[in-house]
Design a protein around this ligand. Structure first.
Ligand code: MG
Length: 454
C-alpha cells in the first residue's frame, strides 16, 4: 500500500505561507491534528515570525472546529511550550515555528502529552487523515473555545532552576553575552540568567520575524558580534540561540565559538560525573568526541538517525541522561528529553562554576578532530538510489543507521546521507589526521557525485 504524501519533514511541517500553500490548507492540517488528538485541552504557541500570529489563528480554527479546547500561550521558545505541555498536564500541543529557517518560512510541530514531538508513525496517521479528508467536524453546540494560558514561561524557568546548583552559579557573578538572534528565547533566557546572578549583555534582543541581527541560525561564521562583545565586556561566556530557542552555540571568554558537538561533549562529561554509567544519545553525524568523554566515565553512547525527534524518542525509550547534536541541540533527560537552549545554558554555567578555570581551558580539554561538511544536489526521487549506489561501493566497517557511514580506521569516518528536508546528499567526515580526512573526502566526493547522476 502506498501511504499518503508526506507533510512532515525531519522536524515538523515546514512551508512558506501563501507560497507553498495558504491558510485554508493550514486549517485542514489542524483539523487532521485535532482529529488525531481527539481529546483536549491542547496548548498552542508560536515563535516570533511575521506569519506566526496569523497561522496561530488558522491552527486554532482547525482544532476548534474538531471540537477541542485550545489554550493560547502566545510567543514562546519551543522548549518552553514543550515543558509546559508536560508539566501543566496538556493532552498535546502545537507549536508554530520554522526554527532557524529564513523569514519567509514557517512550520507546525506537534507534541504529545509528554511534551516531545510525536513519533514518526503518528505523523503518518495525521498525514493519512489529512489525505483522506477523514477529519472530525463538531456540530454547532460542540465547537471548542479558546482561552489564554499565562503560566508557561514561569513554569519553564522554575523547572530549569530546580535542576541547577543555583548557589554555586550565583556565587560566581558571571558576565554572559546573550545573542538571542531576534528569536523567541528573548522572553525566557534573560530572566533565567538574572535568576542565576549573571550580569547579562544582550545582543539582537528584540523579537523580530525578519531576523535583522544575524539571521535565525547561529553558526560559527555569523557570530562575530558575539565574539567581539564577549571580549570587549570581559564576559566569561557568550551564547547564541536559533529562532525558536531550542539550539545554542557557545563562545568562550576569548571569543572563540565552539561547534555543538564540543559544547555538548563538555556538558555530557559534566552530567556523567554526577551520574556515572548513564546513557548518552546522539546522532550518527556527531563527533566521536562524545565517546571520548563518555566512555571513561562508564557512559553508554547510543547513536540514532539524524533528527532531534530520533534523539528525543530514543532517550525516552532508554531513560537516557543526556542527548546532543552537532548543530547545538542539547537534551537533558531530567528536565525533558527535548532540545533546549535555556536548559543548556544553565548547565554550561553550572559546569563553569564547578572549576575556577576559564571556559577556554575547559574546551581545550575536549579533543579536537578535523571535520568537513559538504553537500551535493540530488533530486528527491533519486536520493534512495543514490544511497544504494554509495552503499554498494563502501568497503570496510559500514553503519547503515542513516545513509552510509563508513569507518576508514578507528578515528576516521565519512557519513553520506540524504537530507530529510532538501534535495541534497549531505556529507560529513571526521578524522584525527588532516591528510586522511582530505583523502577520504576526495575519494567519496567522487562516489557521491556519480551516485547523484546515475
Ligand atoms: Mg530550532
Amino acid at each position: 500500500m502506498v501511504g499518503a504524501p508526506r507533510l512532515f519533514g525531519t522536524n515538523g511541517i515546514r512551508f512558506r505561507p501563501g507560497v507553498d500553500f495558504g491558510l485554508d490548507t493550514v486549517v485542514r492540517i489542524a483539523e487532521a491534528i485535532g482529529t488525531f488528538f481527539a481529546t483536549s485541552p491542547i496548548l498552542l504557541a508560536h515563535d516570533g515570525r511575521l506569519s506566526s500570529p496569523t497561522l496561530e489563528r488558522a491552527v486554532a480554527s482547525g482544532l476548534l472546529g474538531v471540537g477541542l479546547q485550545v489554550r493560547r500561550a502566545g510567543l514562546l521558545p519551543t522548549p518552553a511550550l514543550q515543558y509546559g505541555t508536560h508539566k501543566l498536564g496538556y493532552r498535546g500541543a502545537v507549536m508554530i515555528t520554522a526554527s532557524h529557517n529564513p523569514p519567509e518560512y514557517n512550520g507546525i510541530k506537534v507534541m504529545s502529552a509528554d511534551g516531545v514531538e510525536i513519533p514518526r508513525p503518528e505523523e503518518v496517521e495525521i498525514e493519512q487523515l489529512y489525505a483522506d479528508g477523514a477529519t472530525r467536524r463538531a456540530d454547532w453546540a460542540h465547537v471548542g473555545t479558546v482561552t489564554d494560558e499565562n503560566r508557561v514561561v514561569e513554569t519553564y524557568l522554575d523547572g530549569i532552576l530546580d535542576l541547577i546548583d543555583r548557589k554555586q552559579v550565583r556565587a560566581r557573578h558571571f558576565t554572559v553575552v546573550l545573542d538571542v538572534g531576534n528569536g523567541a528565547q528573548a522572553v525566557a533566557a534573560p530572566y533565567l540568567l538574572e535568576e542565576l546572578g549573571c550580569k547579562v549583555v544582550t545582543l539582537n534582543g528584540q523579537v523580530d520575524g525578519n531576523f535583522p541581527g544575524r539571521g535565525a541560525e547561529p553558526t560559527p561564521d555569523n557570530l562575530a558580534a558575539l565574539s567581539e562583545t564577549v571580549r570587549a565586556t570581559g564576559a566569561e561566556l557568550g551564547v547564541a540561540y536559533d529562532g525558536d530557542g531550542d539550539r545554542s552555540l557557545f563562545c568562550d571568554e576569548k571569543g572563540i565559538v565552539h561547534w555543538g558537538d564540543r559544547s555538548g561533549a563538555l556538558l555530557a562529561q559534566h552530567v556523567l560525573k554526577r551520574q556515572r554509567g548513564a546513557t548518552i544519545v546522539t546522532t550518527v553525524s556527531t563527533s566521536q568526541v562524545v565517546e571520548d568523554v563518555a566512555l571513561p566515565l562508564g557512559g553508554r553512547v547510543v547513536r540514532t538517525r539524524v533528527g532531534s525527534i530520533e534523539v528525543s524518542r530514543r532517550m525516552l525509550e532508554l531513560d537516557a541522561l543526556f542527548g546532543l547534536e552537532e548543530n547545538g541541540g542539547c537534551f537533558y533527560g531530567p528536565h525533558l528529553s527535548v532540545r533546549d537552549g535555556a536548559m543548556t545554558t544553565a548547565l554550561m554555567l553550572e559546569t563553569l562554576a564547578t572549576q575556577k578555570v576559564p571556559a577556554s581551558a575547559r574546551f581545550a580539554e575536549i579533543r579536537r578532530y578535523h571535520q568537513t561538511k559538504t553537500k551535493f544536489p540530488c533530486p528527491a526521487e533519486r536520493k534512495e538510489k543514490a544511497v544504494a549506489y554509495i552503499a554498494e561501493r563502501a568497503r570496510g566497517r559500514v553503519d547503515r543507521t542513516d545513509g552510509v557511514k563508513l569507518w576508514l580506521n578507528d578515528h576516521s569516518w565519512i557519513l553520506m546521507r540524504p537530507s530529510g528536508t532538501e534535495p541534497l546528499i549531505r556529507v560529513f567526515a571526521e578524522s584525527d589526521d588532516p591528510k586522511t580526512l582530505e583523502a577520504m573526502v576526495r575519494k567519496y566526493a567522487h562516489v557521491v557525485a556519480e551516485a547523484t547522476k546515475k
